[in-house]
Design a protein around this ligand. Structure first.
Ligand SMILES: CC(C)(COP(=O)(O)OP(=O)(O)OC[C@H]1O[C@@H](n2cnc3c(N)ncnc32)[C@H](O)[C@@H]1OP(=O)(O)O)[C@@H](O)C(=O)NCCC(=O)NCCS
Length: 392
């Protein structure tokens, strides 16, 4: 007797984790014991990594130790740069280059066959430290610019912006991106995290687990397409400028147009969260602070106005579907606000989520269970062999 098929594994609990808890009904996200809003706006990304790997916050000596260790692995090996150059010639997408680049870090692994906790913790630091360098180096090569070496005096997040733009970032921009990285670092048993755990459940290595996870994140159903959420705000702004109507009036008309023609409003609705996505709140606050201190406060205000109308009109047109703002909407606002090109949104998501993947991989090694579900067979039975000469 075949048991019921759990297509997509929705609702199936495959393991336990202390890393994050997603409560879609309550709109709550816990990261290693902290409500997201308690952790993300306050912590540095290095502190969050330490927390995920060690289940507690570091003291100042431990934090300094991690910062120094990450600084020592932040420059990428020449072999990695050479591969990124080849990728840039082919104009690969930044996610492909990110995946290939991370894989090459295994070339410098001192002892690839060692699978101790210590060796894997070190690999996690190597991968996390080098990830922003890989993405920033590739982006500059792709755009015909020379790569920028990391600055040992800058933090992890500040270095990412520095290596992208070749100038020291504004502290508010660093804080906004850091809050973003902290916000998306882990999120239950999502597809990429699950992929990484499946891979290392065979006792394969951490590089393979992370590379597989990047591959899973590349797909638009997971890594998303955050560009369109902000395009809508620009579109509505432009219409309002042309028509003389207010932003809320134009937003109202826009939502009705899109929904009546069967379209979807980008940045709204979520498979799990049926109340407000807590990540949207944390990022909304980060965006507001960023724009107030350094930039286009009007864009932030307009985005808020559009959001309010979209949620209201969606509730009217799609009653009971509980379509709320999702993380993509405010991701677009924060990352756009620091001048990041849309093509780097998903790799930046990956730079953060690699923290979650590496911690899940360590958990999976401790759990030491091979993940091996089953499939139902729906093919033919009892076929008879036909010699090649008799086949039509
Ligand atoms: C994220 C998403 C795929 C989740 O979908 P879901 O929870 O499986 O919901 P469903 O696709 O079953 O949709 C339920 C209903 O709400 C509607 N709906 C869902 N999201 C909508 C949106 N963003 N705009 C308009 N209508 C939407 C659907 O058309 C459907 O209506 P129906 O019941 O009349 O057929 C969906 O909300 C979506 O496509 N959002 C826009 C894309 C986006 O922002 N993606 C990033 C996610 S982080």
């Amino acid at each position: 007797m075949m048991s019921e098929i759990a297509r997509g594994l929705a609702g199936v609990v495959v393991t336990e984790t202390r890393l994050s808890r997603v409560d879609g009904e309550a709109g709550e996200l816990i990261i290693a014991g902290f409500p997201l809003e308690e952790l993300a706006p306050k912590a540095t990304f290095e502190e969050v990594l330490y927390l995920l790997w060690n289940d507690r916050l570091p003291n100042s000596k431990e934090l300094e130790g991690l910062q120094l260790e990450m600084a020592s692995f932040r420059s990428i090996p020449p072999a990695t740069v050479a591969i990124l150059q080849a990728a840039a010639q082919r104009k690969l997408s930044p996610m492909d280059a990110f995946r290939i680049g991370v894989d090459t870090l295994s070339l410098s692994d001192p002892n690839p066959s060692e699978n101790s906790r210590e060796a894997n913790e070190r690999r996690a630091v190597v991968i996390l430290a080098a990830a922003p360098t890989i993405v920033a180096t590739y982006w500059r090569l792709l755009n015909g610019q020379d790569p920028v070496d990391p600055d040992p005096n800058l933090s992890h997040t500040a270095n990412y912006l520095y290596m992208l733009n070749a100038e020291k970032p504004h502290p508010d921009a660093v804080r906004a991106v850091e809050t973003y990285l902290n916000t998306v670092v882990d999120h239950g048993m999502n597809a990429s995290t699950f992929s990484s755990r499946v891979i290392v459940s065979t006792q394969s290595d951490m590089f393979s687990g992370i590379v597989g996870a990047i591959g899973a994140l590349k797909g638009p159903l997971h890594g998303g397409a955050p560009g369109p959420a902000l395009d809508m705000v620009y579109d509505i702004r432009e219409r309002a400028n042309g028509s003389g109507r207010s932003i809320p009036e134009e937003a109202d008309a826009y939502v009705r147009d899109v929904v009546s023609s069967g379209g979807r409003i980008m940045g709204f609705g979520h498979r799990v969260y049926k109340v407000r996505d807590p990540r949207a709140d944390v990022l909304g606050a980060a965006a507001e602070k960023l724009f107030r201190e350094a930039g286009d406060a009007q864009l932030c205000e307009d985005a808020r106005a559009v959001e309010e109308v979209v949620v209201r009109v969606l509730e009217e047109l799609k009653p009971g579907r509980r379509l709320q703002t999702n993380v993509e909407f405010y991701t677009a606002l924060v990352l756009h606000g620091v001048g990041m090109p849309t093509d780097l949104f998903t790799p930046t998501f990956g730079i953060s989520r690699a923290g979650g993947w590496s911690a899940h991989i360590l958990e999976q090694y401790d759990e030491a269970v091979l993940i091996r579900p089953q499939s139902g067979y729906n093919g033919e039975l009892g076929r008879k062999w036909v010699p090649l000469s008799e086949r039509k």
